[in-house]
Design a protein. Structure first.
Length: 206
């Protein structure tokens, strides 16, 4: 997901499937190390830009499947409760292009970059949901469920602490990967009430 070429190649292959019922765009990164891929800070490229690039590239195939098989396709983009603590100063663009602001290494708050990326996902999901509803395309439901803190490799990537405290917290507090995945499956099965919505514990949140 940190390569647009790879995203486009994947979308091309998926577009040749006989049908496409849903997209679960669960690839993401959490890092406190600043780096750039595809002209943007890597977290933003991976968690936001590439995620929606893939979704939009596959939207025509989802619509085609909707018409051909009389289904309501879904786009599900996992989220995190950490978006609640995203500092708005990261999004205080003051006339700047938002990506330019987030790409500014001197201003980047990398400790908060993952929460910011998830807040941006909510903004884009809401906007895309409105545009899909207003278009003449077949309905494609898009939502963004929070699987909560789960045992995974997300906290063990480059630039992350894997010390004793993190390991203990994960053992005590984290859901199993399977338990967390249930919320994503719920997102795939949710109806129109979930369109454009952030969800946690299988419920739509305001």
């Amino acid at each position: 997901m940190d390569s647009y070429k790879s995203v486009k190649e994947f979308a091309d292959r998926a577009s040749n499937l006989p049908r496409l019922d849903a997209i679960l765009a669960n690839a993401g990164i959490l890092t406190t190390t600043y780096s750039v891929t595809e002209d943007n800070e890597k977290t933003i490229t991976t968690n936001v830009v590439s995620t929606f690039l893939l979704s939009l590239l596959l939207l025509p195939k989802l619509c085609q499947s909707s018409e051909q098989f009389s289904i309501v396709p879904r786009i599900v983009i996992p989220n995190s409760a950490l978006h609640y603590i995203a500092p708005l100063k990261e999004l205080d663009i003051n006339g700047e292009d938002i990506l330019a602001r987030l790409n500014d290494q001197e201003k980047a708050d990398m400790a908060s970059r993952y929460p910011v990326s998830k807040l941006l996902v909510i903004y884009v999901v809401r906007e895309l949901a409105d545009r899909l509803k207003a278009s003449k395309r077949p309905l494609v439901i898009i939502n963004t469920p929070n699987p909560s803190y789960c045992k995974s490799q997300l906290m063990h990537g480059p630039g992350q602490s894997t010390g004793f405290g993190i390991k203990v917290a994960e053992k005590i507090l984290a859901r199993s990967t399977e338990a967390g995945s249930r919320t994503l499956v719920h997102g795939l099965l949710s109806g129109r009430e979930s369109h454009g919505q952030y969800m946690t514990n299988c419920h739509v949140q305001a």
